[in-house]
Design a protein around this ligand. Structure first.
Ligand code: GCO
Length: 259
């Protein structure tokens, strides 16, 4: 019986920062990477929600800590990384997961609405990625950056233009990071979730017409669950993906395979 490689997907000894991880997909990533051996830094804007999420995973015996900052605030980001520096906590793995949705036809969209979505879903990934890379590169021990993209990184639908523009930009930012940081043994990739049953999509799930459209549009004929994204995140966080760079893995039930 060939021996299994116990270390290929093992994250023991690695520290992962996951933005927007107090609930939903980000929280599933936090639990999954911690179960794979990583020390996980959870992030959120709201201290109470962050403390609750940290308490839940700590109660499961997982190695987690909280780092409160708003990903749309550059000073808050640099301050948070300074706090990690002061505690000598390195970030080996960054998952840029934080994101918001705002559904409205473009002709009715205010500039402030547009900018809020772009700041949170795209600019934040640049700012947090930049701070992480400013430490990963000189440390010389490699690293992993994972940007959470979307089906809207590839295709558009009505009423979600700022989200779509941001996620399309995030796909290409992923490739820019891969190009600039690859020579330093930092691999940058993306995960593109299909339609996942999260609170952000609650209104869509509860809309019978939209629910039917989602189920008819992917070969799995169902919504995905946040936990179904964790395998791709562990793969892209681990040594198993050391020669994977600039790729987007779509976890979408086969949606993008359908004509
Ligand atoms: C929407 C949804 C989508 C999904 C996901 C699909 O309003 O269409 O929120 O954006 O959340 O991004 O990949």
């Amino acid at each position: 019986m060939p021996s299994r490689s116990p270390t290929l997907f093992d994250l023991t000894g690695r520290t992962a920062l996951i933005t927007g991880s107090v609930r939903g997909i980000g929280f599933a990533f936090a639990r999954g990477l911690a179960q794979a051996g990583a020390r996980v830094i959870l992030n959120g804007r709201n201290k109470a929600a962050l403390d609750e999420a940290v308490g839940k995973l700590s109660g499961e015996g997982l190695s987690v800590l909280g780092l409160q900052f708003d990903v749309a605030d550059e000073a808050a980001i640099t301050g948070a990384f300074k706090r990690l520096d002061d505690q000598n906590i390195p970030v080996d793995i960054l998952i840029n997961n934080a994101g918001i949705q705002f559904r409205k036809p473009m002709v009715d969209l205010a500039l402030a609405d547009w900018e809020r979505v772009l700041n949170t879903n795209l600019t934040a990934a640049f700012l947090v990625g930049r701070e992480a890379a400013r430490r990963m590169l000189p440390r010389g021990q490699g690293g992993k950056v994972i940007n959470i993209c979307s089906l809207t990184s590839e295709m558009a639908r009505n009423t979600v233009a700022p989200y779509t523009a941001a996620k399309g930009g995030l796909k290409m930012l992923t490739r820019s990071m891969a190009v600039e940081w690859g020579p330093h043994n930092v691999q940058t990739n993306g995960i593109g979730p299909g339609y996942i049953a999260t609170e952000m999509n609650r209104a869509l799930i509860d809309d019978p017409k939209f629910d039917a459209w989602v189920k008819a549009s992917n070969p799995a004929q169902r919504w995905g669950q946040p936990e179904e994204l964790v395998g791709a995140a562990i793969f892209l966080s681990s040594a198993a993906s050391n020669y994977v760079n600039g790729q987007i893995i779509y976890v979408d039930g086969g949606w993008l395979a359908v004509l």
